[in-house]
Design a protein around this ligand. Sequence first.
Ligand code: NAP
Length: 544
Amino acid sequence: MAAQGEGAPANAQSEQIDAVIVGAGFAGMYMLHRLRELGLSVRVFEAGDGVGGTWYWNRYPGARCDVESLEYQYGFSDEVQRGWNWSERYAAQPEILQYQNYVADKLDLKRDIRFETRVTSAKYNERNGLWAVETDKGDFVSTRFCIMATGCLSAARVPDFDGLDDFEGERYHTGGWPHEGVDFSGKRVAVIGTGSSGIQSIPVIAAEAEHLTVFQRTANFTLPAGNRPLTREEVERSKETLLEDRRHARETPGGIICFEYNETLAEEMAPDALQKELETRWDQGGFAFLGAYGDLMATQEANHLAAEFARAKMRASVKNKDVTEKLLPFDHPVGVKRLCLDTDYLETFDKPHVDLVDLRENSIERISKKGVVCGGKEYEADAIVFATGFDAMTGALLSIDIRGRDGAELREKWAAGPRTYLGLGSAGFPNLFFITGPGSPSVLSNMIVSIEQHVDWIAGCVKRLTEGNIRSIEATREAEDEWVAHVNELASETLYPQANSWYMGANIPGKPRVFMPYTGGVNVYGEKLDAVAAADYEGFQLGA
Ligand code: NAP
């Protein structure tokens, strides 16, 4: 229906739609499917020209998931899943994007997605109880439900280096990689950043480039992913138990079933047994390592044992003794920054055409016409790759001008850190939902499990509202305050707040230092979600 909407710009035609979803990654796609099942009219706005979210943008060489393929897939439909066959233990970006397109086509999702369209504002109108959503393409939509599926790591960030625009060579960010790919052969390449994206891309870029200089500010813990092709039998066998496995994943702390957390404390284990446990889990590859004993993420002493083990393994992977110690992380406990999984990362520094510049000695002074200047030296490059990360968890959300009751700005409300109830909603913003928002397990879990948990909960809530003829739902201030305090308290019982991580907002100058994800685990969190829904959305206010 096209009509002049309340609050619309003078000459704008507004459409009225039951629900708007922002983002067409895993979260937006599944949310669209669930709301359509409820019979709602839905419009998804997506900045890219295709579905995929994270996997649409992050096409850098070597991009690969760090959760195993058989676990990193939807669990809501046996039929959908049976039609898909993963080829590797950890799927590479192109395969995940193909999978997402397969699901989108199978469920005929694309017809409700407006691509290449960025939402610029969402404003709540108290008089009619509708959100007015505007886009950069001039759309103006009135909607009852506004659902942010904007992703936790989708606002790519290049640091504000002096002279950035002076550089005359090619410039890339891992989180916005050209779709046609980049040919680095015969080129001198500089990579800035050694988080997951840097660590995955560096070996692949090194294999192609004539020369590679890696600029490292913080050495990270990394362990071999142990990637390999999946056998046909493994793939077929996984289909037999798929839905059951996905349900089971929700009952675990991390939404992952390929390993279990050992609850025994380090001091309760004999030293040999502890080392054996670490060894087995290191060899297994992936995040199993962090579940080796119960207090690994809780005390410095216990963590130190795993950190020392990891450093010894890392040390043994590099022959070039000039760089070995520089590649080892000593300034943070293991696991408090996202653990990196790699394929031949450390070994790459044994290649004669690969150099490491340790920014702990001298930070980057500026970018010049010809390259990167640091410690008074200019490192010339034909291309600079910024693997410098994201304005995580809040960046994409707050890039939209979101205003709730009385025109209150979400940006202002969150100026000292995000405030949500359950990571799902914020007081003063009725019918606005965040999928995997700050205050929920999100990035500390298998994202797909957390996404499905939230989408299912939101769909149940929307059903309750529409069937009950209830106009709105909104977190109460009290419930929100209690939840924020609870999330902070849980985090303070762990080692997480001790690192300058993006979990803490520490990678963005001026961003408040608050630990954003919920550390209590997907399983405990899920029980809370169920209890809230069963108590007719306790902690939320339902408005007639
Ligand atoms: P990141 O972990 O935030 O790493 C950014 C890197 O850039 C860090 O080494 C950082 O150093 C460095 N950096 C930032 N600003 C800098 C500056 N001004 N000067 C010098 N160095 C600077 O970002 P990311 O690697 O893109 O990864 C983000 C997250 O995305 C990961 O933690 C993970 O959750 C997810 N991810 C997952 C996968 C996967 O599934 N395999 C792959 C890629 C990313 P500091 O550490 O000192 O800040």
